[in-house]
Design a protein around this ligand. Structure first.
Ligand code: KIV
Length: 295
C-alpha cells in the first residue's frame, strides 16, 4: 500500500490540510466493497451520507432514513476503511428533539459503528446549541449549509441556495456560527462558486464543497453519482467518471443469456468426483426414480 495510505486521517490532520493549502478529498460510501475502493484510492474523508436512502435504499428523499439504517451501513464502512476519517450522517429527526437524545444518537455512531465524527445539517440557533453539546461530549462534528436535503418538505425542491443577498448572508453567517460552535469542517452544498470562495476565505476550518465550485478547501461527491451506478437524474455538479450501471446491466444480461443457452457454468466452474467415486455414485445414492430433465 502507498505510504500516504498508512497513516490514519484525523480531525487535526484535516485542519492542517487547510493551513497548508492542501485540497481535501471526500466521497460517500455505504458498504464494505465500495468503502475499500474509496479508502485505497486515498480519499481523506468517507461520509456515510444519508443519501444512502436515495442511492441504496430506494427512498424518494433522505427523510425516511433511520438511525438503525445509518448504523448498519456505517459499520460496514468502518470494517473496510483503514486510513480515511469516517463520518456518520445524523439522519432526519435524530437530532431534533432534545440535547440528550442528540448526544445519545451521535455517540452511537462512535461507540457502536466505529465512526470518528458525525455530520449534522443546518445552522439554526437551536441546531447550534445541539452541535455545541456534541462538541462538549467530544464528538467531532461536520457542519452542512447551503442546500440541506433533509429540509426538502420545507424547501419544496432541491435548488441552488444563496443566490439572493439575504440567502448568501444567511449561509455565510451559518457557516461562521458553525465554526464558533466547534465544527471541524463545513459542507457547502449547491451554492454559487463565488459565495463558496468568500465563505472558504472567511473560515479557519475547511469547507468541503458539493456543487459549490473549485474554491472550497475540499470536494465531496456521492459514490453512486461519480461511478454512474444510478439511473436517475444527475445534478449538474456531478462529474460521472464511469458508467457502472451500463457495465453492470451488460454483465448481468450476458449471465442471463449464458444460463438460458446452457453456456454457464462451464466445466471450469464445476466440481468433479474422482473417476472411481463417480462410478460408485449410483450405488451410494441407491435406486430411485429419476425425473425428466437435463442429463
Ligand atoms: O448525504 C450525503 O451524501 C451528503 C453529501 C452529499 C454531502 O450529505
Amino acid at each position: 500500500m502507498a505510504e500516504e495510505t498508512a497513516t490514519r486521517i484525523t480531525v487535526p490532520a484535516l485542519l492542517a490540510k487547510k493551513r497548508n493549502g492542501e485540497r481535501i478529498t471526500a466521497l460517500t460510501a455505504y458498504d464494505f466493497p465500495a468503502a475499500r475502493v474509496v479508502d485505497e484510492a486515498g480519499v481523506d474523508l468517507v461520509l456515510v451520507g444519508d443519501s444512502l436512502g436515495m442511492v441504496v435504499l430506494g427512498y424518494e428523499n433522505t427523510v425516511p432514513v433511520t438511525m438503525e439504517e445509518m448504523l448498519h451501513h456505517t459499520r460496514a464502512v468502518t470494517r473496510a476503511v483503514r486510513r480515511a476519517l469516517v463520518v456518520g450522517d445524523m439522519p432526519y429527526f435524530s437530532f431534533h428533539l432534545s440535547r440528550d437524545e442528540t448526544v445519545r444518537n451521535a455517540s452511537r455512531f462512535l461507540k457502536e459503528a466505529g465512526a470518528s465524527a458525525v455530520k449534522v445539517e443546518g445552522a439554526g440557533a437551536k441546531r447550534l446549541k445541539l452541535i455545541e453539546a456534541l462538541v462538549e461530549a467530544e464528538i467531532p462534528v461536520l457542519g452542512h449549509v447551503g442546500l440541506t436535503p433533509q429540509s426538502i418538505h420545507h424547501l419544496g425542491r432541491f435548488k441552488v441556495r444563496g443566490k439572493s443577498r439575504e440567502e448568501a448572508r444567511r449561509i455565510l453567517d451559518g457557516a461562521l456560527s458553525l465554526e464558533k460552535a466547534g465544527v471541524f469542517a463545513v459542507v457547502l452544498e449547491c451554492v454559487p462558486r463565488e459565495l463558496a470562495r468568500e465563505v472558504t476565505a472567511r473560515l479557519r476550518v475547511p469547507t468541503i464543497g458539493i456543487g459549490a465550485g473549485p474554491h472550497c478547501d475540499g470536494q465531496i461527491l456521492v459514490f453512486h453519482d461519480l461511478t454512474g451506478f444510478t439511473t436517475g437524474y444527475l445534478p449538474k455538479f456531478v462529474k460521472k467518471y464511469l458508467d457502472l450501471q451500463d457495465l453492470l446491466s451488460r454483465a448481468v444480461g450476458d449471465y442471463v443469456r449464458d444460463v438460458r443457452r446452457g453456456a454457464f457454468p462451464e466445466d471450469a466452474h464445476s466440481f468433479h468426483l474422482p473417476p472411481e467415486d463417480c462410478r460408485a455414485l449410483p450405488s451410494w445414492l441407491g435406486a430411485g426414480r429419476k425425473r425428466k430433465g437435463r442429463a
